[in-house]
Design a protein around this ligand. Structure first.
Ligand SMILES: [Zn+2]
Length: 327
């Protein structure tokens, strides 16, 4: 807009009725959010200046679509934009992405996020899994000093499973997989690992480096591949007295300080304890409570989501959440 026209618009703002003012603020807010979304998308290519098809670095600008820059690769001659090859490629309603970044940061349910963004909940359901793909896979791999490891448990859940719904609603006579349905959420009958519980190991050093994994069972063979890449000569593994940690440490030669927690030894020589990782478990569980039981097949998405919240804090901008989804 020419400066002279802009001055004229500004001069007449005082004539707006309250309703017109609200409409204008809404429109400006939406436009600003969309401009920020587009800027975040375009910034990605500056950070990853390679062709998503062949990896070549020689690119030329090739027009743009709704503000999103298109490129052509000088190597393979294919065109792409900054979203090509990312989990957010071809998702629609970009004007609502800013609101969705806030919804993820604030841990909103699918339905609350849909209401906030003004889209259908099937859309926010799809978005959630796409936006969490990168955070799910982003785990710290550099650990130092005392490294605490401990397991926590989640109820096994087939939430959202069509096979389960068909059977429990009487539309199919096939027995449901595994066990009888349980009211969503609920409590396990036994503590610890059983047929209805899924174990998650969380590993955290005193600097906040964190990783986790869903375990198939509690054994030396299931924890070793998770511990091995992160333990080294500069780390000391600290765990409770479970035999499988001892066996893994012995077989692999990890420096290890087990605590006989069951016998009441919670802290040894003032520094050896697993209280940081247990506090993390508490925060994870407290935060997960709002989702009222999560489907086991999506559990790793939620673990990554929580790691992202822990890493970024709850005051980041929605565009930082978006950048994490693109990284
Ligand atoms: Zn290429």
């Amino acid at each position: 807009m020419r400066e002279i026209d802009f001055t004229a618009v500004m001069a007449r703002l005082g004539d707006l009725t309250p309703r017109q003012r609200r409409t204008m603020v809404e429109a400006l807010t939406k436009t600003t959010a969309l401009a920020e979304v587009v800027a975040t998308i375009n910034a990605r290519v500056a950070d990853h200046p390679n062709c998503p098809h062949c990896g070549a670095a020689a690119l030329q600008k090739w027009g743009q679509s709704l503000g999103v820059q298109r490129f052509r690769c000088k190597g393979c001659r294919k065109t792409f934009n900054a979203l090509t090859g990312t989990p957010l490629a071809r998702l629609r309603h970009r004007e609502a992405w800013s609101a969705y970044g806030e919804a993820l940061r604030d841990g909103l349910s699918v339905r609350k996020a849909a209401a906030k963004c003004g889209v259908h909940y099937t859309t926010t359901f799809r978005w959630r899994h796409r936006w969490l793909r990168c955070p799910r896979d982003r785990k710290d791999d550099s650990f130092a000093g005392i490294v605490e490891a401990d397991e926590t448990f989640f109820l096994e859940s087939h939430k959202g499973s069509k096979a389960w719904a068909r059977t429990t609603q009487g539309k199919s006579t096939e027995p449901p997989p595994g066990r009888k349905p349980r009211h969503r959420g609920g409590k396990a009958k036994k503590r610890g690992l059983s047929a209805e519980q899924v174990a998650v190991i969380v590993i955290r050093d005193r600097h906040g480096a964190t990783t986790d994994a869903v375990l198939e069972n509690l054994s030396r063979t299931s924890v070793t591949p998770i511990l091995k890449p992160i333990l080294n000569r500069n780390t000391l593994l600290c765990t409770d007295g479970a035999a499988f940690y001892k066996a893994a440490a012995k077989a692999e030669g990890f420096a290890h300080q087990p605590l006989n927690v069951k016998a009441g030894t919670r802290v040894k020589e003032r520094v050896f304890h697993i209280q940081n990782v247990n506090a993390y478990h508490e925060r994870l569980k407290g935060w997960m409570h709002r989702f009222r039981g999560v489907a086991t097949k999506y559990l790793s998405n939620y673990l990554g989501w929580r790691r992202m919240v822990e890493r970024q804090g709850d005051e980041v901008s929605p565009f930082q959440v978006m950048a994490a989804a693109l990284a």
